[in-house]
Design a protein around this ligand. Structure first.
Ligand code: 8YV
Length: 324
């Protein structure tokens, strides 16, 4: 019988990481890659030493509190952990780790991609061309908006927001404003000339592109609601690579439909994989399927970062990335 720790990966990971882990642990893979049910997660809590979930697994108190639990570490694949009840984990002395740093640039790249697609109407243009509706060049065809000199308003100013600021400032000459729980150091601000806004409403009203970079969860639920959308400039673009529930999707669809803001670029949704049906019908909504960290390099680095946390945990050392 194997003495190696038993670990469960709830979804398929890149081959490199699956092989790396299989050489070191008694690993169970989710061969058909279908999201696990709550019952299956509860059963897994009794069978494994570590559970390695993703954003598609709801690790709530009913999962963590299962009688006869064997799992002692939740090694999350991803930096965001709003799908895990960390307070219940703390209460039950279950360790939780995440994967910061390794997806910062990749996710910031996607925020830039959405910003460009939304301001230059890229999805709309491609749909027109593929549908055979393009009648040829003309000076007023599908005009978008320039980014040079415009204000990028970042809501939250953590790693991914700062990387987005650097890219937007260096590549497109954008001005940077940010709102966050606390003010960044002068060095961080100086790197992009970032201006701190003590009032989120002021930033929302002034931004040409408003990009969301807060954690998910109760504190940020519908932070961008109908009232905040109403404060935005009619020419402004909203970008969300954070978590869907930060935006009131129905209110956003209404604002886009009525032209109260120019466009939105979204990678995350309130009830993934469901997308608000009104958004699907709008030309000024750029909609990507949660691709923020989706490069081969980054998904492998995320898996290896989980592996580092597993190694530390089973060696009795402090976690590399402790959440709890
Ligand atoms: C991940 C993410 O792909 O890391 C995060 O928080 O949102 C994505 O980049 C996903 O959450 C993995 O669980």
């Amino acid at each position: 019988m194997s003495q190696r720790p038993r670990i469960l990966l709830t979804r398929r990971w890149t081959r490199e990481v699956e092989e790396y882990l299989a050489a070191r642990y008694d690993v169970t893979l989710n061969e058909n890659d279908v999201p696990m049910t709550a019952d299956a997660l509860r059963a897994a809590m009794r069978e494994y030493d570590a559970l390695c979930p993703t954003v598609t697994d709801r690790i709530d108190a009913s999962v963590l509190e299962v009688p006869g639990r064997r799992v002692r570490l939740i090694g999350n694949f991803g930096v965001g952990f709003n799908h895990i009840d960390v307070e219940a984990a703390r209460r039950l002395s279950i360790c939780v780790s995440n994967t910061p740093d390794v997806l910062t640039d990749t996710t910031a790249d996607l925020a830039i991609l959405l910003m460009l697609m939304a301001t230059r109407r890229a999805g709309e243009g491609e749909r027109e061309l593929r549908a055979g509706r393009w009648t040829g060049w003309r000076p007023t065809h599908m005009l978008g908006q320039s980014l040079t000199g415009k204000l990028l308003g970042l809501v939250g100013f953590g790693r991914i927001a700062q990387a987005t600021a650097r890219k937007a400032h260096a590549a497109f000459g954008m001005r940077i404003g940010y709102y966050g729980r606390r003010r960044a150091t002068p060095e961080v601000e100086q790197a992009t000339g970032a201006r701190f806004y003590a009032s989120l409403d002021d930033l929302v009203a002034e931004a040409d592109v408003l990009s969301l970079h807060t954690p998910g969860g109760a504190e940020t639920f519908h932070l961008v609601d109908a009232a905040r959308l109403a404060r935005m400039k009619p020419t402004a673009v909203l970008v969300n690579t954070a978590r869907g529930p930060v935006v009131d999707e129905a209110a956003l669809a209404a604002a886009l439909k009525q032209g109260r803001i120019a466009a939105a670029g979204l990678d995350v949704y309130e009830e993934e994989p469901r997308v608000h049906p009104e958004l699907l019908a709008l030309e000024n909504a750029v909609l990507l399927p949660h691709l923020g960290s989706a490069t081969r390099e980054t998904r492998t680095a995320m898996g290896m970062r989980v592996a580092e946390n597993l190694e530390a945990f089973f060696a009795g050392r402090p976690l590399r990335d402790p959440v709890v």
